[in-house]
Design a protein. Structure first.
Length: 169
């Protein structure tokens, strides 16, 4: 299985890279859809209301994923029972990822939680893409800048001298 895309990867700002969707908090007045499966239990309905209050719910509504969310909720409610089979965990975790409830699932869907930023947007906020955060009060050039400009690293101190020794001249 391929790895999920990382919004903070250095190459994420390519022109051919798909855009990331910034999720917005779910409106408190937003209606919770009717549970689509037959004979829901109280616990099913509790989890149904909980997941539809999450920011991902706005996207589920756009893509009409009500049944997948309902299956996740039903599995979640059944897995809470003390005698729940361990085999129920794998489909539960798969649905969790498919619905974007896990970190890797959100990355696969290219969703950013409210307030989360990509590396490109952080660099734009700083106003200096390609630069490293200041180190000891001075700006250090990026590796790319050092390569372009033929940057040569300063020589290492002599192995014969002790840098902690004070020299008196």
């Amino acid at each position: 299985m391929p790895t999920a895309p990382d919004p903070n990867a250095l190459r994420r700002d390519r022109k051919d890279d798909l855009a990331w969707t910034q999720l917005t908090p779910r409106d408190l007045d937003a209606a919770v859809p009717e549970f689509p499966l037959a004979r829901p239990t109280e616990r099913d309905l509790y989890w149904w209301r909980e997941v539809w209050a999450m920011p991902q719910a706005n996207e589920w509504e756009k893509t009409e994923e009500h049944h997948a969310v309902a299956l996740y909720v039903r599995l979640l409610a059944r897995s809470e029972a003390p005698d729940a089979p361990i085999t129920a965990m794998r489909p539960l975790m798969q649905l969790r990822e498919e619905l974007g409830l896990s970190v890797t699932g959100r990355r696969r869907r290219r969703w950013l939680m409210p307030g989360e930023q990509t590396a490109a947007s952080k660099a734009a906020d700083r106003g200096r893409p390609g630069r490293v955060v200041p180190l000891h009060g001075r700006q250090r050039p990026s590796a790319r800048d050092r390569f372009r400009n033929g940057y040569i690293t300063p020589p290492a101190p002599d192995a014969d001298t002790d840098p902690t020794e004070e020299t008196h001249a």
